[in-house]
Design a protein around this ligand. Structure first.
Ligand code: ZN
Length: 172
């Protein structure tokens, strides 16, 4: 498994709409494994392919938080939200492409998701809690949307300037 380089905001690739996956190739399975390794290494609870510069509809996540609980790595090809609850939930979100910045985002508390798994089969599951927040955040990445896009423009600009500064420092 290879740890991939995670793109930092602002980057034009994080604003693009990712393309649907037609065939589940071995190459894509390797990509999913690399993404899971990259996510665990970060550490994070979710990662979308555009975050490593691959503009295809693939996300990985593992939102198991309880100490000592078994990990649950999930790879979703072409994930799609098929239903959302009216009930909302607020979560202090972060993003591996926007390190050390957190902000409250309001999203549906429960979502049903359909995706193709590593086994090539269609899966359907309803998520709540952190899983619901995370899966919506990652699917947003496939549509070129970041969690800061939900914030007021002024706050978003502040964060983007901070990130530009951080990127300049890292480039030195
Ligand atoms: Zn993110």
């Amino acid at each position: 498994m290879t740890i991939r380089n995670i793109l930092l905001h602002p980057d034009p690739r994080l604003k693009k709409i990712a393309t649907p996956i037609v065939d589940l190739s071995d190459e894509l399975r390797v990509l999913a494994d690399d993404m899971l390794a990259t996510m665990y290494e970060a550490p994070g609870i979710g990662l979308a392919a555009p975050q490593i510069g691959v503009l295809e509809r693939l996300i990985v996540l593992d939102c198991v938080k309880e100490e000592g609980a078994d990990p649950r790595p999930v790879a979703m090809f072409n994930p799609e939200i098929t239903a959302s609850s009216d009930e909302l939930s607020v979560y202090d979100e972060g993003c591996l492409s926007i390190p050390e910045i957190y902000a409250e985002v309001t999203r549906p508390a429960e979502v049903s998701v359909r995706w193709m798994g590593l086994d090539g089969a269609e899966h359907n599951e309803t998520f709540d809690g952190l899983w619901a927040t995370c899966v919506q955040h990652e699917i947003d990445h496939l549509n070129g949307k970041l969690f800061i896009d939900y914030l007021k423009p002024l706050k978003r600009q502040m964060i983007t300037r901070k990130m530009q500064k951080l990127k300049r420092e890292l480039a030195r």
